[in-house]
Design a protein around this ligand. Structure first.
Ligand code: CA
Length: 354
């Protein structure tokens, strides 16, 4: 089985009371099944839909160890859609619930990708990020038809209107990448709900994922979304193939090949802009944390020592301005108490008197 290093995080955000996102990372006999689901439906019903979808798809992957991955992904999505419909049939108050999903199935050095809705998958390599999935949203369709510019999509009033979702009566078909991606050591996949991509730009995601191990990168990306208001539930999974960090990969083989240009659609291969990452204690390596704490203690000790020395030393007495005014002859009037007067030559004086 291929070696995968993963990290994940899910958070309700700062506005929503419930977290309707759900995720899973499941090693199976056939490979590793990874999923992020973003439930919807109001009144917290999305929570039911996203968990039901993840559990149903996981079970089908576990029960079909010999079937081709693409076929299992397709079958499991249909089953998840049916499971949501069955749940609504039994509990009419759940009517209207649904969920987006993005899935990745790792088998050997390949990964199979599928999605419904606007949860995304990215492939990340040094200085490159490729959005593998295309959102099933009205604004994405407008972008495709040239009605709006890609930069207008995120802030468009219809930005969150999805055209497909599991649980939808008609439009629930999962889009599966026609061919699996061939992975090279160091390749990183990021799956996320739109809570992340609404607030954090692709180049920011790339920079952070490039620099840190999967779990640290997840934590920093979540911090960034929270710093920017986190108006939605936010879920991130990062899976790196072969090595835990890129620096480790560079030590081993000296390079990672770039993503081929033809993989990018026009203008989507963004340059690696400078990204400001807010300070976070979580991203400091453990060894450096210890060094910083020791340094802090040394500085504290030195500070206390210097302050103590200043308090206990007598210091220089400032000359009295009145005495200064009196003239230079008054300046050395301090007399040591252990002064011993020199003996005088009274003998000579005595002789003279005699
Ligand atoms: Ca969402």
């Amino acid at each position: 089985m291929s070696k995968l290093f993963n990290g994940y995080v899910t958070h309700p955000g700062l506005v929503r009371k419930q977290n309707e996102d759900y995720l899973g990372f499941y090693p199976t006999e056939n490979g590793t099944f990874v999923i992020v689901a973003d439930g919807m439906g109001g009144m917290g019903n999305g929570q039911v839909a996203s968990k039901l979808a993840v559990d149903t798809m996981r079970d089908i992957h576990v029960k079909n160890p010999t079937t081709a991955p693409m076929e299992v992904i397709r079958t499991s999505a249909v089953a998840a859609n049916q499971a949501i419909a069955n749940e609504v049939a039994q509990h009419p108050e759940l009517d209207g619930m649904g969920t987006t999903v993005v899935v990745a199935f790792f088998k050997g050095n390949q990964v199979f990708i599928g999605h419904v809705g606007d949860s995304r998958a990215y492939l990340i390599r040094p200085k490159q990020i490729l959005q593998i999935t295309k959102d099933h949203t009205s604004v994405q369709q407008m972008v495709d038809e040239g009605l709006i510019a890609p930069e207008q999509a995120a802030t468009h009033p219809m930005a969150h209107v999805v055209q497909r979702a599991l649980g939808h009566r008609k439009n629930f078909e999962m889009e599966i990448a026609a061919t699996p991606l061939d992975l090279q050591s160091g390749d990183t996949l990021l799956l996320c709900s739109d809570g992340l991509t609404d607030l954090v730009k692709d180049n920011e995601i790339q920079s952070i994922v490039a620099e840190y191990d999967p779990q640290t990168a997840c934590n920093i990306l979540l911090d960034l979304a929270l710093n920017r208001g986190a108006h939605d539930n936010t879920t991130i999974q990062i899976i790196r193939y072969g090595v835990k960090t890129w620096s480790e990969q560079v030590r081993r083989t000296s390079k990672i090949s770039p993503i081929p240009k033809e993989a990018f659609e026009k203008d989507s291969g963004k340059p690696n802009d400078t990204v400001f990452i807010p300070f976070s204690w979580a991203r400091i390596p453990f060894l450096w944390k210890i060094r910083l704490v020791v340094l802090l203690f040394i500085l504290l000790f030195l500070g206390v020592f210097i302050a103590f020395s200043l308090v206990t030393s007598p210091g220089e007495t400032q000359p009295d301005p009145d005495e200064e005014a009196a003239g230079p002859h008054m300046q050395n009037h301090y007399v040591s108490t252990d002064f011993e007067p020199q003996p005088r030559c009274f003998d000579n004086e005595y002789r003279l008197l005699v």
